[in-house]
Ligand binder design. Structure first.
Ligand SMILES: Cc1cc2nc3c(=O)[nH]c(=O)nc-3n(C[C@H](O)[C@H](O)[C@H](O)COP(=O)(O)OP(=O)(O)OC[C@H]3O[C@@H](n4cnc5c(N)ncnc54)[C@H](O)[C@@H]3O)c2cc1C
Length: 251
């Protein structure tokens, strides 16, 4: 692979384990919701890289990724140790299908977009929510963001700004599972989906007639939520067979 050379512009630290990295990549094209491989040159001359969703709006030259340290993982401790000015490798192209143009609006007529995220899986949804298209396409947009502790609810200023800009159209539902946080659901996404608490809180029902559901993050959450949604008649979306559920599994 021919890697692009970029320099870290800024590092944000949200918790001891959670970071965002920003770097300039002029003329880099991607669609909101996609990911790109980011890497570091190793002592043996090889590039160690992993895929990361882009958090920034798609018309920005300043790319941003959001990640947590996996202590036993080879790349994330190195990414977390970077300082502004340090070199990074970037794959020349973004990839992934968690994008608005993959949603079969014409076939399913969906009006509501539900975005269910665990942890750093919120990243692609923040990029989508910063695109004008999302607000033009959907009557309602719901972001459900599940983390363990309140401190892990990163990007709260951006989410607050979106809430103020779209008070009727946007519903933000934080879920904090390991401590009590004001205004947040206290159990996992799948538990609140199963009990009906999530839809009650938002005031909307998830149905095949009106909803498209995107899920991103932990694969156990995605698998369980998928089963619950299938029981309500929603289907996995495939290009050859339009459906209502799109997913991106991180781990
Ligand atoms: C399409 C795609 C997009 C991704 N986008 C993001 C992103 O935007 N932000 C992000 O933080 N991660 C993202 N990931 C995961 C990321 O690519 C790395 O796997 C992760 O950052 C760990 O890298 P590592 O080299 O330190 O460990 P790895 O060798 O990649 O993983 C070591 C172990 O940790 C598990 N693991 C991976 N990610 C996590 C995690 N977040 N929490 C706990 N365990 C984990 C792996 O399954 C594996 O068992 C994405 C993965 C995929 C497939």
């Amino acid at each position: 692979m021919k890697w692009l050379d970029v320099q870290l512009t800024e590092k944000l630290q949200w918790t001891e384990q959670h970071f965002s990295l920003r770097f300039h990549a002029p003329e880099f094209h991607f669609k909101a919701g996609q990911f790109v491989r980011v890497g570091l040159l190793q002592a043996d001359g090889e590039v160690l890289a992993r895929p990361y969703s882009l958090v920034n709006p798609q018309d920005s030259d300043l790319l941003e990724i959001y990640f947590n340290i996996v202590p036993e993982g080879p790349l994330t401790p190195q990414l977390a140790a970077l300082q502004p000015g340090d070199a990074l490798k970037l794959a020349p192209r973004a990839a992934g299908f968690l994008t608005l143009d993959e949603i079969p609006f014409e076939q399913t007529g969906c009006k509501h977009l539900w975005m269910l995220a665990t942890g750093t899986g919120v990243g692609p949804f923040l990029s989508i929510l910063q695109s004008g298209e999302a607000w033009r396409r959907f009557e309602k947009l719901v972001l459900v963001y599940s983390v363990r502790t309140q401190q892990q609810l990163a990007y709260h200023n951006l989410i607050e700004q979106l809430t103020q800009q779209h008070p009727q159209q946007f519903h933000f539902v934080p879920a904090v599972t390991r401590e009590i946080a004001p205004g947040a659901l206290t159990t996992r996404i799948t538990t609140t989906l199963e009990s009906g608490e999530l839809e009650q809180r938002v005031g909307l029902q998830i149905t095949p007639q009106q909803s498209h559901v995107m899920m991103c993050g932990n694969s156990a959450m995605i698998r369980s939520a998928f089963t619950l949604l299938e029981q309500r008649g929603l289907k996995k979306h495939l290009r050859r067979e339009p459906g209502h559920i799109s997913t991106e599994k991180y781990h």
